[in-house]
Design a protein around this ligand. Structure first.
Ligand code: 9WN
Length: 450
C-alpha cells in the first residue's frame, strides 16, 4: 500500500493488517538515510520530538531504524546538552523549509554541531521513547543502544534543569512557542500578545508551509512574525540562557513540557536499572519536578494545569489539552489525577469509553476553538497517545481503550494525516505524517501496552 492511501474499511472499521501496512509504508516512504522526516513536503528535515515518537513505532517493525533514528538526532546534540528541535539535512536545497539554516546560523555558535540545526528544543520525550523502543524490541542490540544513549539523555536533562530553570522553581521554561511543540495553541495567545512584531514583516519572506497546506489551517502571518522576532532575540543573544529573565520576549512554563521532563527522569531510572547505572537520583529528581509542577502550574480553581507566563508570573487562562499532560506521571497525587480525569471526560475534551468525536487540542466549548487551525482545535495522535498512556497509568483502562479506539478510527477513516478535524475526523495537514504512522503501530500492537 502506498503512503497516503486510505485502507479499505471492513464492517465500518479498517482491517488492522491494512492499517499496519499503511503505517509501515508511510514510515518507509519518509525514511531518509538515518532518520525519518515528519513529512516529505511540509517538514523535510529531522525534528526532535517527532523522532522520539517515530522511534516508538519503528521499534515494532524496524528496530534497527528506531535506534538509528535516536542516534542521528543525538549526534546533533550541542556541547551544552541541548537537543536541537530541527536537524537540517544538508543535501536539501535552500528554501526547502522556512525558516532554514540561514536564519538560525547555528554554525556561528561555539558548541553547536557541524551539521546545521535550530537553537531551540522540544519536549524531552526521548528517554521515554528509548525505554519503550527497548521494551518493544528487547534484544542485545537494543540494550547496547540504550547504554550508549544514556549519557546523552542525562546531558539533555541536565541542560534543561541547569540552563532553563529561569524562575529557579525547578521547572523548565520554554523560550519560544515552537519549543512546546504546540506552536499556535491558544495557551500562547496571552504571552504572544506581548511580543512586538508586525504581520507585514512577512512580506520580506516566503513561507514554505502555506505552499503545502491550506493557510487557514496554519498559524497566521502575525504568529510567524512573532515567531521570527523571538528567534532573532534568542539567536542574537548567542542562544545563551543567562539573563533570559532580563529581556527575552517569551518565557513560559508549560505543563506538557514539564510533564515530559519529569517523565524522562522516571524513564531514565528504568534505563539506568537496565544498563547498570544508579536509578536513585533519577527517582529523586522525578519527584521534585512533579512536586514543582503541582505547586506552580496546577490551578485548583479550574482543576487543570495551566502554563505560567514568567513575564507576568500569572497562569494563562486558556484551558487547552496541554493541561492533561501531567496525567503521564505515575507520581502525580490522587487529587490532581482525579481532577484531570474529570477535565478529560468533561464536554471540553470528551474522553469516554465510546467516543463519538476525537480528543481535541483545545477546549471545544471555548469561543476561540477553531476546528481547522492546527493546534487550536484539531486532533493529534501524539497528544492522544500521551493522554491514553496517562489514563492507563492511573487505572482507567476503559477510558484508555475508548481513546485508543477513537485514534485508530481516525486513521482508518482518513489515513496517516498530520491532524484531524475534531468533529468530522477529516484528515488535515500532511497526508503522510511520520508520528501518526508510528504511534498507530504502537496502538495497534497491544491494547494494554503502557
Ligand atoms: C515548527 C514537525 C513539527 C512538529 C511540531 C509542529 C510543527 C514546525 C512547523 O511541525 O512545527 O517546529 O513548521 O510548524 O507544531 O510539533 O514537531 O512535525
Amino acid at each position: 500500500m502506498t503512503a497516503g492511501a486510505v485502507p479499505t474499511r471492513i464492517g465500518g472499521t479498517a482491517e488492522p493488517a491494512g492499517l499496519s501496512r499503511l503505517a509501515v509504508a508511510t514510515l518507509d516512504a519518509n525514511w531518509e538515510h538515518d532518520h525519518t522526516v515528519p513529512s516529505r513536503t511540509l517538514y523535510p528535515h529531522q525534528w526532535s520530538w517527532d523522532s522520539a515518537f517515530i522511534a516508538i513505532g519503528l521499534a515494532h517493525v524496524r528496530p534497527g531504524r528506531a535506534w538509528r533514528e535516536l542516534a542521528s538526532l543525538f549526534r546533533a546534540q550541542w556541547a551544552d546538552g541541548r537537543v536541537p528541535h530541527i536537524v537540517f539535512n544538508p543535501a536539501l536545497r535552500v528554501g526547502a523549509y522556512f525558516p532554514g539554516p540561514e536564519l538560525w546560523r547555528s554554525a556561528d555558535v561555539p558548541g553547536a554541531p557541524s551539521v546545521a540545526t535550530s537553537g531551540l528544543v522540544q519536549p524531552p520525550v526521548h528517554a521515554l521513547a528509548a525505554l519503550l523502543a527497548y521494551r518493544r524490541a528487547p534484544d542485545q542490540h537494543g540494550l547496547a543502544a540504550l547504554r550508549q544513549l544514556y549519557p546523552a539523555l542525562v546531558a539533555q536533562q541536565r541542560y534543561l534543569a541547569q540552563r532553563r530553570d529561569v524562575a529557579g522553581d525547578g521547572l523548565v521554561c520554554v523560550v519560544h512557542p515552537w519549543e512546546s511543540g504546540l506552536d499556535n495553541s491558544p495557551a500562547w495567545d496571552e504571552p504572544m500578545a506581548a511580543v512586538d512584531a508586525e504581520a507585514a514583516v512577512m512580506r520580506a519572506y516566503r513561507r514554505h508551509d502555506t505552499a503545502h497546506a491550506d493557510a487557514a489551517h496554519r498559524p497566521t502571518d502575525l504568529d510567524y512574525a512573532r515567531y521570527l522576532a523571538i528567534v532573532a532575540a534568542y539567536r542574537d543573544h548567542g542562544y545563551a540562557d543567562r539573563d533570559l529573565a532580563d529581556g527575552h520576549p517569551f518565557l513560559v512554563e508549560c505543563p506538557l513540557f514539564n510533564a515530559a521532563f519529569s517523565s524522562a527522569e522516571h524513564a531514565l531510572a528504568d534505563i539506568a536499572a537496565l544498563t547498570g547505572f544508579d536509578p536513585g537520583p533519577h527517582r529523586v529528581r522525578a519527584d521534585r519536578v512533579t512536586e514543582a509542577l503541582v505547586r506552580r502550574l496546577y490551578d485548583p480553581g479550574t482543576g487543570t494545569f495551566q502554563p505560567r507566563d514568567l513575564r507576568t508570573d500569572r497562569l494563562v487562562g486558556a484551558r487547552t489539552v496541554l493541561g492533561l499532560a501531567p496525567l503521564l506521571l505515575p507520581n502525580l497525587p490522587n487529587r490532581q489525577v482525579d481532577a484531570l480525569v474529570a477535565e478529560a471526560t468533561s464536554a471540553r475534551f470528551g474522553v469516554a469509553r465510546r467516543m463519538d468525536r476525537p480528543l481535541p487540542s483545545h477546549d471545544r466549548t471555548a469561543p476561540d476553538f477553531e476546528p481547522l487551525r492546527y493546534w487550536r482545535g484539531p486532533s493529534w495522535l501524539n497528544i492522544g497517545w500521551l493522554v491514553r498512556r496517562g489514563l492507563t497509568t492511573h487505572g482507567h483502562p476503559e477510558l484508555a481503550a475508548g481513546l485508543r479506539r477513537s485514534m485508530i478510527d481516525l486513521v482508518a477513516g482518513a489515513g496517516c494525516h498530520e491532524y484531524f478535524h475534531p468533529d468530522t475526523g477529516a484528515g488535515l495537514g500532511s497526508p503522510a505524517f511520520g508520528w501518526t504512522a508510528a504511534l498507530l503501530l504502537d496502538l495497534l500492537a497491544d491494547e494494554s501496552t503502557c
